[in-house]
Design a protein around this ligand. Structure first.
Ligand SMILES: Cc1cc2nc3c(=O)[nH]c(=O)nc-3n(C[C@H](O)[C@H](O)[C@H](O)COP(=O)(O)OP(=O)(O)OC[C@H]3O[C@@H](n4cnc5c(N)ncnc54)[C@H](O)[C@@H]3O)c2cc1C
Length: 461
């Protein structure tokens, strides 16, 4: 508990301008995108690695829990405080520490906004590939902690695949440097990959060395309309089974299209369209047409209504704005929706959408599905209204059955949003007891007093 004496110690450390305990600030930092909240005791804004070390040491002295926070755009309560905790916001650690195009890397502090890294890379013909839909405001520290992904990740991989090294502070205040600056590295245990996706439960990341790759010379976009979800997903499996890897392969069902109608998403769709895929190919300009032909051949099949191409640059920008608005558009319709982020092996995506259609009908719950189909990753939104008790009971049963179906298909609870506080009750269904015990041992090693983001990622014992 943060009493006035301890508060004075934090103020002595950071200055009065970067320690907040007023009700307005506590309320602002009480939740992420999850429709739940818990007031922290205080919000701290470190401006350097050394200040983070000092915060963690002080928290250890007084046994205070610390909840790291980027932009609070997470969907699983990952940055949601727990009672008596302090939020450590990385919004003041926004420096690009080094930009080294010759070695295709950039070293950043955790508060840098993701799209700014890509924009910097673009200025010299490079790119930072992971492109979460929230990229305009989420922070790289949050992306690292969640192993965030986005449309381009079907071709280029998720955040974890673009990290060379990290500097971080463990739960007992030790500085660690993991990984390096090279694209080959075989010295240490791969603690870099361990920290990516650890959701602020093992260490606070204070610096990241990220890999940059050449930006594609040219990108071509297709919009493909199907008469059913299953036929669209069968096409996804065909695309992913041939040799041309698309640089985006996104799925939207009919309800998702309706949710973003105001962005023109339903304009120009042929009658009977029940599902839409957005597919992109990128690369050297002369090669993109060959890739598009291969993709069109793979997309052709039962249920295909139309392949639309020849979009202008502004059309394409509009399509992506609409696609990236989906998450908030769906939330506007049902603010308390249950949002799953399931992933299955891509060849089983059609089985997954069939299961979702069946579960929605059986439990009488409207479901909106969309997502990064090329990775087998769907955001399945159960559009419930919390004031309808009967619907909530049916929705919980539906969610339960959905998770069973996903695990039965060899899939996983989360493709990119992580576990946070919201999914951890289900983790024991996916991971066996010895794996969970090993994860708890790892947590104990990094954070012996359990101060970093308690109540997240791991289920209760
Ligand atoms: C409209 C919308 C679209 C989205 N699209 C995508 C998408 O396409 N792909 C995707 O993967 N996600 C997506 N998300 C989810 C979310 O944006 C990502 O999870 C993102 O990585 C969170 O970043 P953040 O800065 O907001 O982190 P926060 O939500 O603040 O925190 C997320 C987690 O990271 C931890 N954390 C933050 N900083 C640090 C640090 N420095 N060290 C250790 N732990 C830290 C927090 O404790 C928390 O557990 C979307 C969300 C929204 C609202």
């Amino acid at each position: 508990m943060l009493n006035s004496a301890i508060l004075a110690e934090f103020i002595a450390l950071l200055g009065v301008d970067r320690v907040f305990v007023d009700p307005e600030t506590l309320t602002l930092y009480a939740s992420d995108e999850t429709p739940k909240s818990c007031l922290p005791d205080g919000v701290l804004f470190p401006a350097s690695h050394d200040e983070v070390v000092a915060i963690v040491k002080l928290a250890n002295q007084h046994h205070l829990a610390l909840v790291a926070r980027g932009a609070g755009s997470g969907n699983v309560g990952g940055a949601m405080p727990v009672i008596g905790s302090l939020v450590v916001s990385f919004e003041c650690m926004t420096r690009i520490l080094e930009f080294d195009p010759a070695n295709r890397l950039v070293v950043v502090e955790p508060g840098v906004v993701t799209n700014d890294i890509d924009a910097l890379a673009n200025s010299v013909g490079l790119m930072y590939a992971p492109d979460p839909g929230s990229g305009a405001y989420c922070r790289i520290g949050g992306n690292l902690a969640m192993n965030a992904a986005g449309p381009r990740c079907v071709k280029y991989g998720a955040t974890r695949d673009h990290v060379l090294g990290l500097r971080a502070v463990t739960g007992d205040g030790r500085e660690i440097r993991v990984g390096g600056r090279t694209t080959k590295y075989a010295t240490a245990y791969d603690l870099t990959r361990l920290l990516v996706g650890s959701e602020g439960t093992l260490a606070l990341i204070t610096e990241a060395t990220l890999k940059l790759i050449p930006a594609p010379e040219s990108i071509a976009t297709l919009r493909i309309c199907f008469s059913s979800n299953a036929s669209a997903c069968a096409a996804v499996s065909r695309v992913m089974a041939q040799s041309v890897v698309p640089s985006a392969l996104e799925f939207m069902d009919r309800r998702a299209i309706e949710a973003i109608r105001e962005y023109g998403a339903a304009e120009g769709l042929p009658a009977g369209t029940q599902a839409v895929l957005m597919v992109e190919a990128d690369g050297v300009a002369a090669d993109v047409p060959r890739q598009i032909v291969a993709l069109e051949n793979a997309l052709a099949g039962e249920g295909l209504l139309e392949i639309q191409s020849g979009f202008t640059a502004s059309d394409i920008a509009g399509l992506w704005i609409a696609r990236k608005s989906l998450s908030h558009a769906v939330k506007k319709i049902a603010p308390l929706k249950i949002n799953e982020d399931v992933v299955v092996p891509v060849a089983r995506l059609a089985n997954l959408v069939n299961a979702i259609d069946g579960l929605g009908k059986f439990h009488r719950v409207p479901i909106v599905s969309f997502g990064h189909a090329g990775n087998g990753n769907l955001h399945v939104n159960l559009m419930v209204h919390a004031d309808d008790a009967d619907e909530m009971v049916r929705a919980r049963a539906c969610r339960d059955a959905l998770i069973e179906a996903v695990l039965g298909l060899g899939g996983s609870l989360s493709g990119e949003h992580g576990i946070g506080s919201e999914k951890r009750a289900y983790v024991g269904r996916e991971l066996d007891a010895s794996t969970l015990a090993m994860m708890r041992d790892v947590k104990q090693l990094f954070d012996p007093r359990g101060l970093l983001n308690p109540g997240k990622k791991l289920p209760d014992v």
